[in-house]
Design a protein. Sequence first.
Length: 235
Amino acid sequence: MKETIVVIPAFNPLQSLIPFVEQLKRVEVTKIIIVNDGSAEKYQSVFQKLREVERCIVLEHPKNKGKGRALKTGFEYILKYESHVQGIVTVGAHGQHSLADIRLILEAVKIFSDGIILGIREFRSRNMPKLSFIGNRAASMLFELLFHRRLLDIQTGLRYIPRQELVWLRKVPGEQFNYDTNMLVEALRRDVTIYEVPIGYAKLKKNSIISYDEIVNPATVLQQIWNSFKEKRTQ
């Protein structure tokens, strides 16, 4: 198995992140890097407990900078200090991804390690509002129209990225959640192969903090894709 590190951008995470990280040690990953993206003081106890978890590293932003910046901080750390690692898996901090989902991605790495792997969520869950399902499909269609590649879930936060791609990924524009889309746009421009692996159902929670990891507002997603297209045209 290739040596892999999990990167989790975290802003005001719940206590449930601690047992989740403990569970991650059961899968074939070398280390788990948590990036505390300027979380409020009352959440610092969560990060303190995470620092005590074996094979877990906590990086700090003194103030909130956004998911995109948090991911780049993790990438830069790996490039500087983890020369043996061959790839990373990005995972949400708010319970969006199950251990089974992560195992599916790691199994896919054995076959598709030469490119970026996206964990494609199933939006036909009984608990998923129709608007979110329609929004996901509309986003996929708009992305295909503008960038000539059909991807079923452009906002998934569960991704495998080979180490060699981190060099340019740390320079991709986007400090907030728009980084997820910009990453895919730049990967297509560079002819990086993108694979799609079906995972579990999309999880939508009432707590609005979930939008830090994966956007659920259809209008916001569509606007983000359009902005990425305009940025590409000006480059």
